[in-house]
Design a protein around this ligand. Structure first.
Ligand SMILES: NC(=O)c1ccc[n+]([C@@H]2O[C@H](COP(=O)([O-])OP(=O)(O)OC[C@H]3O[C@@H](n4cnc5c(N)ncnc54)[C@H](O)[C@@H]3O)[C@@H](O)[C@H]2O)c1
Length: 335
């Protein structure tokens, strides 16, 4: 049995990744390590928690004393843990940097001391910054524009430096805009589905024409799996959806599936520094045998329906004091 430590896996993509790995492989024992911040929920792992190959440890990647034993007891580390919301990084850049940069440093330090076989740092297409045309390749310069993406850039560069300097077998993945079940209801799809169901307005940033490369969460997970098993130490792998759409198009799908009309759309002041367009060239990973298996038109509608069917899940999170306070303050400033 290989021992896999998956940090940040009580969140959106990490919890789906654990489900994906337990389902696909018999020979992995998975320890989820998560601080259970406002974005981490054990409910996301409810269906796998009784699997004998699954274990959970509550801990903070910024704390060497929390990280030491779990890393020591692992063969492979996959780091999903991050402050992942751009809006929150604008409101509190320091907190974001502490996790997205210093947390990665703490993990890398433990990983190199304990001869970890593979260290996968989950990064993002946002490290390239926005591009007017074409597609970002792994060799393109990095030009992050938000504290979130600057922190992710710092984290992945630090991880790669541990490959060059100490020989830590680091792999970096840069995934694009991901959708699917269990996403924190402050992000576009679950926020707008839940607002629509509650009869609240859908606060669209600016003209809503920001283009994202939409990737289903299970395709993101299979991309990480491919990079983990077929990637080279020191390698960087784009995981792109091959599917560029403006935000407003996603919003119209949400309105169609929830049966609401466009009168709910409310254009609000754009996010400061908002990137206009991301698009990834995923040919490197596709050339290694990775395949996307989710058709956007079907999978996006299924995702909307998942949130419609799981109101108790998002209601509890959305109505927590912390989440309500942040959302109220943030949108009060976007009028
Ligand atoms: N969501 C996307 O579209 C997307 C796209 C590309 C890359 N990514 C990257 O994928 C990863 C996961 O993203 P997500 O959308 O699932 O995020 P998320 O916010 O849903 O989950 C983050 C998880 O990390 C945990 N965490 C935060 N700080 C921690 C700390 N200091 N110590 C331990 N755990 C901590 C949280 O409790 C939570 O469970 C992130 O690294 C993100 O940058 C996300």
């Amino acid at each position: 049995m290989k021992k896999l430590l998956v940090t940040g896996a009580a969140g959106f993509i990490g919890s789906n990744f654990v489900r994906y790995m337990l389902d696909k492989y018999d020979d992995y024992e998975i320890t989820v390590f998560d601080a259970l911040t406002y974005a981490g929920h054990l409910e996301n792992l409810e269906d796998v928690k009784d699997d004998p190959r699954f274990k959970f440890i509550k801990g903070d990647i910024r704390k060497a004393e929390d990280v030491e034993e779990p890393v020591k007891n692992s063969d492979i580390v996959i780091n999903f843990a991050a402050e992942s919301h751009v809006d929150r990084s604008i409101a509190d850049a320091e907190n974001t940097m502490n996790t997205n940069v210093m947390g990665v440093l703490t993990l890398c330090e433990a990983a190199r001391r304990h001869d970890i076989e593979r260290f996968v740092q989950i990064s993002t297409d946002e490290v390239y910054g926005d591009i007017d045309e074409g597609f970002s390749k792994e060799t393109d310069p990095l030009s992050p524009n938000s504290p979130y993406s600057a922190g992710k850039t710092g984290g992945e560069l630090l991880a790669r430096s541990y490959y060059r300097t100490y020989g830590l077998p680091v792999i970096v993945t840069r995934g694009s805009n991901t959708y699917g079940p269990y996403q924190q209801p402050e992000k576009l799809v679950p926020l707008f589905v839940s607002n629509a169901m509650e009869g609240k307005s859908l606060p669209v940033y600016g003209d809503g024409m920001q283009i994202r490369d939409w990737l289903h969460v299970m395709d993101h997970c299979s991309g990480v799996d491919c990079a983990l098993h077929k990637g080279e130490p020191g390698g960087i792998y784009n995981i792109g959806g091959g599917n560029q759409r403006p935000n407003i198009e996603i919003i119209k799908i949400i309105l169609e599936v929830t049966g609401k009309d466009e009168s709910l759309i409310k254009h609000v002041a754009d996010r400061p520094g908002h990137d206009r367009r991301y698009a990834l060239d995923a040919s490197k990973l596709l050339g290694m045998g990775w395949q996307r298996t989710h058709d956007f038109e079907t999978a996006m509608r299924d995702t909307v329906r998942w949130y419609m069917d799981n109101t108790a899940w998002w209601k509890k999170i959305k109505e927590s004091e912390e989440n309500k306070e942040f959302a109220d303050k943030w949108y009060a400033n976007r009028k």
